[in-house]
Design a protein around this ligand. Sequence first.
Ligand SMILES: [Zn+2]
Length: 241
Amino acid sequence: MEEDFKDLRVSDLIDPEVDVWDFVNVNTMFDQVDCEVILRIPRNNLDSEDIPVWQGHAKGLFTVNGAYKLTRMLETANNTEATTNRHQTFKYNQIWSIDVPKKINHFIFRAIHNRLATTDNLIKRGVIVPNICSLCQNDSEDIMHVFYHCRISREVHQNIQVNNFTSRVMDFKELFSLNGNRLPRDVFKLWIVCIWDISYQRNLIIRKKPFKSPMEIVKFGKDYLERHIASPKDLRSLQPP
Ligand SMILES: [Zn+2]
């Protein structure tokens, strides 16, 4: 508590003339959130003594242990709320409603459930491999690196005018959902096909086969979607070249 507020009493926040909260005083001394909470507290008409009370203790006494527990409780509540919001906003039919060959819908489904054979997943399953990104050979490899942070992916994103988010994106599910909401439908589809092809190029690199540059991945994505619109059935068995 600020030194100036050390001797502050609840009665200092009440207008004695009309016996209601002194709106100006409360607004001056507290930030907006606290201010709104204070102004919602009903006035106590009992003629009781004004004493400091700590809400985190049954008897109203402040303890460091009590403050620690309260902090942990609020953190857990915030994390649960954030997780719940993320899961509530995600609709799984978003995956299947994208008009691309079904194998790409399946690929996205596996990516969203983190079921791709990225290095971190292989290590979790006991496979002994160096944890290094096959595309850039520069960072450890997990799904968010391959499709979001990797310089190869970033170059693909730049070429299809999809900027990365400035704030932290938690996982591929959130990335998919955010892009689905913000991108025009044709750009979103191109992003999906490019992601699929990035994964395919990664596998080619592992097998020491020739692979595409980021520009070629984008070109492939555009051509692929054009052919899909022209003749969707012809693409059922086509793999990225
Ligand atoms: Zn990389």
